[in-house]
Design a protein around this ligand. Structure first.
Ligand code: CO
Length: 411
């Protein structure tokens, strides 16, 4: 058989995704499988059994990250792939699970065809990617990358006061630090897109060049409360001033273009009464782009706008940065390997950047990494309406198959 003609068993792949989706299934066909919950334990037990049945060894690290390993023929660092089995409340069945079960299908296929690779192949199920129960998101991959300490991770508590460390013990998945998924030759994460770019382009698969940067700001506008009949010339209206900035944030992103986004998602108005001029308005700003330079440029424009609005309305405005997540470009060699895999196996694909964060963002700090996206219908995710078509899912796992094979075959 020609290597390039190798294709995954779609029926077996979809059957595994469906079986996993029964754990924590919701009334509307979604999934609720919060990190380190009883559902998560059952999902892990099933994955572990499937890995063992496929001849893999399974290791657990001190954050509960699970790594299944298929041995290679040479003493080389593994080709690593993986994602997460936890979900948000009422999430979809592909988010995370595809990136764990797609690789499992690849191992089953290689076993079936008796194909040996030079490098070992490792599949990782990262703990608590979503951050729905324990914040922040991607905490266990972040810990592997050294961004969060073990103490920090284990002391996170859920809304019932249960700590990450205790929950990990309770479900029986507290392992050893020496089992952390480090030392890979490369890491590739397969995930559903969770954005409508592929759907708009009518393409099944995305070659992810990196994860876009995000910055959050807090803006506080202070004016002066006064009663309704106050003449228009005598006002210091905090809400009228804030409104100009809210519209401005949208315009800054639109004028920047190139995928830039800007959002005001939270706004508090005081005193919020029908006949009183607002004295204080506090709101958030969220800007995203793949280049830090462009994010800085949008923030610069925001400050210029603030100065103009201050003068026009006679108000005080304070703006402070709450959070900055810098853009993470993936490794160009691994991205190229994914592109070559799509081309050589005839899978229609395009390059794009990820809006949401993923475990691969932190893994890029550990080893050369990249991602593969499968089209999300209308971009929906973190919702029971999440949908990726079976043919698209199959194509995306074939793209991963040939990417992993290329890396696992390299000396
Ligand atoms: Co996910």
């Amino acid at each position: 058989m020609n290597f390039h003609d190798l294709r995954v068993n779609a029926d077996r792949l979809h059957a595994s995704i469906e079986e996993m989706a029964q754990i924590g299934v919701t009334n509307n066909g979604g999934v609720t499988r919060l990190a380190l919950s009883e559902e998560d334990r059952r999902a892990r037990d099933l994955l572990k059994q499937w890995m063992i049945d496929a001849g893999m060894s399974v290791k657990i690290d001190d954050f509960g990250n699970m790594t299944g390993r298929r041995e290679g023929t040479a003493p080389l660092a593994p080709a690593m792939t993986g994602s997460h089995l936890d979900s948000v409340r009422r999430g979809g069945k592909w988010d995370g699970a595809l990136g764990v079960l797609g690789p499992l299908e690849i191992v089953r296929l290689l076993n079936e065809h008796d194909i040996q690779t030079a490098r070992p192949i490792e599949i990782v199920n990262f703990t608590s990617e979503e951050g729905s129960r324990f914040e922040p998101a991607m905490i266990a991959s972040g810990a592997v990358a050294g961004v969060f300490s073990r103490e920090f991770v284990h002391s996170r508590v859920d809304q019932n006061g249960v700590s990450f460390g205790d929950a990990l013990q309770q479900i029986g998945y507290a392992g050893e630090a020496e089992n952390r998924p480090l030392h890979a030759a490369a890491f590739i994460e397969l995930h559903n897109e969770q954005n409508p770019l592929l759907d708009d382009a009518d393409l099944p698969v995305g070659i992810v060049e990196g994860i876009r940067g995000i910055t959050w700001w807090n803006v506080a506008v202070t004016g002066e409360s006064d009663n309704g009949p106050t003449p228009m010339t005598h006002r210091r209206d905090a809400l009228a001033a804030a409104a100009e900035i809210v519209v401005g944030v949208r315009e800054i992103a639109q004028q920047t273009g190139d995928g830039a986004t800007g959002l005001v998602g939270r706004l508090r108005n005081e005193p919020d009464l029908v006949n009183v001029i607002p004295s204080k308005v506090v709101f958030s700003v969220d800007f995203r782009h793949q280049e830090l330079r462009v994010i800085d440029q949008m923030i610069g424009q925001l400050h210029e706008l603030i100065d103009t609005v201050k003068e026009r309305h006679g108000v005080e405005i304070e703006a402070e940065q709450l959070w900055l997540s810098e853009p993470t470009p993936f490794d160009s060699t691994v991205v190229q390997a994914v592109e070559d895999a799509c081309q050589s196996s005839g899978i229609p694909a395009m390059r794009l950047w990820s809006g949401p964060g993923h475990d691969a963002k932190y893994m890029q700090a550990v080893c050369p990494s990249a991602m593969i996206f499968v089209r999300s219908h209308r971009g929906k995710s973190h919702s029971e309406d999440e949908f990726s078509a079976p043919d698209d899912v199959e194509a995306s796992v074939n793209a991963l198959l040939h990417s992993v094979l290329a890396i696992a075959s390299q000396p």
